[in-house]
Design a protein around this ligand. Structure first.
Ligand SMILES: CC(C)(COP(=O)(O)OP(=O)(O)OC[C@H]1O[C@@H](n2cnc3c(N)ncnc32)[C@H](O)[C@@H]1OP(=O)(O)O)[C@@H](O)C(=O)NCCC(=O)NCCS
Length: 451
């Protein structure tokens, strides 16, 4: 949560924290999809203002909207309704007329909101061109198990060049859940499918679904902050009772990940400001779907050194850790493991081995202060112990001045300087008077595999 803006300092602090994201997002392409519910919500202008802000920050935007409530309303007025079979809708002639009608109205409404320029509104002085058109080439779903889905279609392809040209010209591209076939027919599509196809065609940097309700929650009923594409498959295969529109977003999101979209976000639409929070804060507000773990524990690389230094430096200054300058780190970077979270190193540890004595030193065990007390230290330790076992080590030691109890509670026993390998003993700094703790490693790994 941004701090309350009760002073220029806190405002400046809050704004500065957004800076890396502002730079990172400029010139990127985001596809943002939302259901027709957003169009009925009195808060729609606020969402459109946030979208206009993203455009103002140089983000190339494609907006894909659904129209289900609007279509259903129009059908109800005619005394009929949409028919679904296995979650798939059947679009008959009457439904298609409503689809066209609803999509046309939605377009006008969104264009009007994006054209607003009132002096006392967040859109003052803003001029946002909007482009929409026949970007989606579609084909009929056809007859499945004897059921003719009539005007319900699938995306066949996206006119990438036309869409790119619109974005290059500085426009926000608007895509309704409608596609056209080379035979001149119109098809009713799922907005999630259109969004997925547009994101893949443009090789978008992000595909964002603004979903109804809370989105995906974890076992403790809290919004899940990240999911792997494989988790999504399991969720969809299980009987999770997911609302159909959420299931469609998840399915499209996981497909997009597999087609190379690195970041797919599910954000609760009705939560005021959630879109901005997700895009401009480290922890976001929604669920990130990716094909790689969001938090990856992996061997460190040279380009991790600034991140590792940022973790070590405050502890070196406080005397908790022995200073380890950049040049030293470069030499031993292959001994380090780091956890990377969304491009930031949030924990690190190093393992130095004396293979002939089957002993190793665990050093530089640090978890970023914002991420402590949530089990990351434990996971890091388990990982380093597994690594030590893989290297054939039987014992692991640490030298510590202030973290003795943390290690003791994890099976490290007090030991003496005399227990250290000879070369390490020679380098022991008596003035620092660090305590030595030793752990005998069990023969079998209890922890996860080392990458
Ligand atoms: C020690 C450290 C790595 C633990 O990371 P973490 O992600 O918070 O670890 P976990 O979530 O697995 O464990 C948290 C528990 O450790 C305890 N803990 C944290 N620092 C401790 C310390 N110095 N001494 C004793 N216990 C400590 C916490 O109180 C918490 O216990 P609780 O849940 O019972 O309250 C982290 O606090 C850190 O980076 N500290 C500064 C660097 C440091 O001292 N490193 C050791 C170098 S030798």
């Amino acid at each position: 949560m941004p701090p309350t803006l009760n002073s220029a300092t806190s405002f400046a602090h809050w704004f500065r924290q957004c800076t890396p994201y502002i730079h990172a997002h400029r010139g990127r392409t985001f596809v943002i999809a939302f259901g027709g519910e957003a169009l009925d919500d009195p808060a729609l202008p606020t969402l459109v203002h946030d979208i206009a802000l993203l455009h103002g920050l140089g983000i190339r935007l494609v907006l894909v909207h659904g129209a289900r409530p609007q279509i259903e309303r129009r059908l109800a007025e005619r005394g009929t309704e949409l028919h679904y079979i296995g979650g798939l809708r059947i679009t008959d002639d009457a439904a298609l007329a409503c689809v066209k009608d609803a999509a046309g109205s939605a377009r006008v409404e969104l264009e009007a909101l994006l054209s607003m320029g009132l002096a006392n509104s967040p859109m003052a002085g803003v001029r946002i061109p909007v482009a929409s058109g026949n970007f989606v080439i579609a084909r009929p779903i056809g007859v499945l198990d004897g059921v003719d889905y009539q005007h319900t279609g699938k995306v066949r392809r996206i006119d990438r060049e036309a869409l790119r040209a619109a974005l290059d010209a500085g426009a926000v591209a608007l895509m309704p859940p409608i596609g056209y076939s080379p035979t001149g027919e119109v098809f009713n599509l799922s907005a999630a499918d259109v969004a997925r196809a547009a994101a893949v065609a443009l090789a978008a940097d992000k595909l964002i679904f603004l979903v109804e309700g809370e989105g995906v929650t974890d076992a403790a009923d809290r919004p899940a902050s990240s999911l792997l594409a494989g988790d999504v498959d399991a969720l969809l295969a299980g009987d999770a009772g997911l609302p159909e529109e959420l299931a469609q977003a998840l399915r499209a999101g996981a497909d997009a990940c597999r087609s190379g979209i690195r970041r797919v976000h599910l954000i609760p639409r009705a939560q005021d400001g959630a879109l901005l929070q997700e895009l401009f804060t480290r922890d976001g507000a929604g669920t990130l779907i990716s094909d790689r773990p969001f938090e990856e524990l992996r061997p460190a690389r040279i380009d991790d050194i600034p991140g590792i230094r940022a973790l070590l430096e405050p502890l070196e200054q406080a005397g908790v850790l022995v200073p380890r300058p950049r040049e030293d780190l470069e030499e031993v970077i292959d001994r380090f493991r780091v956890t990377e979270r969304d491009g930031t190193v949030i924990s690190c540890a190093a393992l130095f081995c004396w293979p002939e004595e089957q002993i190793g030193e665990l050093a530089c065990v640090v978890v970023h202060p914002d991420y402590r007390t949530r089990g990351r230290g434990d996971r890091l330790l388990a990982h380093m112990e597994a690594l030590a076992r893989e290297r054939g080590l039987k014992r692991l030691f640490v030298l510590t001045t202030q973290t003795a109890h943390w290690f003791r509670e994890r099976g490290f026993e007090p030991a003496g300087v005399g227990d250290l390998p000879t070369t390490r003993r020679a380098a022991y700094n008596a003035r620092r008077n660090s305590k030595v703790y030793m752990k005998r490693l069990a023969a079998t790994a209890e922890s996860a595999q080392v990458p």
